[in-house]
Design a binder for this molecule. Structure first.
Ligand SMILES: Cc1ncc(COP(=O)(O)O)c(C=O)c1O
Length: 345
């Protein structure tokens, strides 16, 4: 990203002419395709996850009498587009409750019926770290002819994904979490099952030939690029390609194993310290996030206290959220637990 930005600042369009700009994200699209087992043509590089979920929501436009199944407490951008749409159309929004995370899939299944237009959920929950089973959700959705829309922002880059093995209709992930890239872009996989998906919001980059600047009719690209709107953060797209390349150097399966092992021992240590661990214990039901509550302790205050020990964690709701990626190791887990021991006892 730095090399790209330096070259652009020093040489401008001498090094990045219109043809080069056209092809700039080809590498990122190919890298994403490798990452999730898709075809390059099925990948769009857009500005944010929020953008893709709004696009699919307003295209599907479930009407009164139809419903959309969501998870209570999911990331706002997974929920708000549907709530806004329901204001317009009268569609029902059904929330799978936040009761015991272990029963989440059952809670979703109870809400899905023949009037369900879409199931839209975060693959890994951004607060609880709970990982949903995409195969089960896929079966649920196809059973009733609903669309399955997945926000993989908290799983892509740390959990092996394969849309061939566990088909979804649309899968989107922002660059700035586990993909080791900065904020500024997201990738969106549009399944061939969405062949008739005509984005309700369009821009010049989604045109069949962007460099023709045709402004007299809407002629969209026939592949996933039709979802692309305006100019996104070029350097972030370049970094996304590099970030995925970096992760591939280690192997996604290895990264997943490493994160699951680290967060497993972190969760065990947190329980020993008397915390209520919110994240499911089973390795298939979690990824690289562990969330925990310490009874009677303010999570925001604990975050600040841990900072003094050199431990960076987040506060989400009343829980402390720990995240472990490939660059963390057992010593980090031990340091976090040591720091907590000092602060909570
Ligand atoms: C689950 C989840 N989805 C989406 C986002 C971000 O979405 P966007 O790229 O639209 O800001 C985040 C966090 O930033 C997140 O945790």
């Amino acid at each position: 990203m730095q090399r790209f930005s330096t070259s652009l600042s020093e040489s401008g369009t001498l090094k990045l002419d219109e043809d080069a700009e056209d092809q700039l994200f080809d590498g990122a699209r190919a890298a994403v395709a490798r990452l999730i087992g898709a075809e390059r043509d099925d990948i769009a590089i857009i500005a944010s996850t929020t953008e893709a979920i709004n696009q699919i929501a307003w295209w599907l436009r479930p009407s009164a009498g139809q419903n959309v199944v969501l998870v209570e407490g999911d990331f706002p951008s997974v929920v708000l587009p549907w709530l806004r749409l329901a204001e317009e159309t009268g569609a029902a929004i059904r929330f799978a409750s936040t009761r015991a995370a272990e029963q989440r899939t059952e809670a979703i299944a109870e809400l899905v019926d023949e009037n369900t237009a879409a199931i839209c959920v975060g693959h890994v929950h951004y607060v609880t770290g709970e990982r949903l089973d995409l195969a089960v959700l896929g079966t649920l959705a196809t059973g009733v002819g609903a669309r399955l829309v997945i926000d993989a922002t908290q799983s892509a880059g740390v959990v092996a994904l394969n849309v061939r093995e566990t088909p979804v209709d649309l899968l989107v992930a922002s660059s700035h979490k586990w993909l080791c890239a900065p904020a500024g872009v997201a990738f969106c996989y549009v399944s061939p099952t969405l062949a008739d998906f005509r984005p309700p919001f369009v821009g010049w980059r989604g045109a069949a030939s962007p460099s023709l600047f045709a402004a007299d009719s809407v002629q969209l690209a026939t592949n996933a690029r039709r979802l692309e709107l305006g100019t996104p953060a070029h350097s972030a797209g370049v970094a996304l390609e590099a970030g995925i390349g970096y992760l591939e150097g280690f192997g996604l399966a290895r990264i997943e194993q490493h994160a699951i092992a680290l967060t497993g021992s972190l969760a065990a240590g947190l329980r020993d310290l008397g915390a209520q661990v919110v994240t499911p214990a089973h390795p298939n039901r979690r990824a690289a996030i562990v969330a925990a509550r310490f009874h009677g302790r303010d999570s925001g205050e604990l975050v600040n206290r841990l900072r003094r020990h050199g431990i960076a964690v987040s506060s989400r709701g009343d829980a402390l959220r720990f995240s472990a990626h490939l660059f963390n190791d057992r010593a980090d887990v031990a340091a976090a637990l040591d720091g907590l021991k000092t602060e909570v006892h």
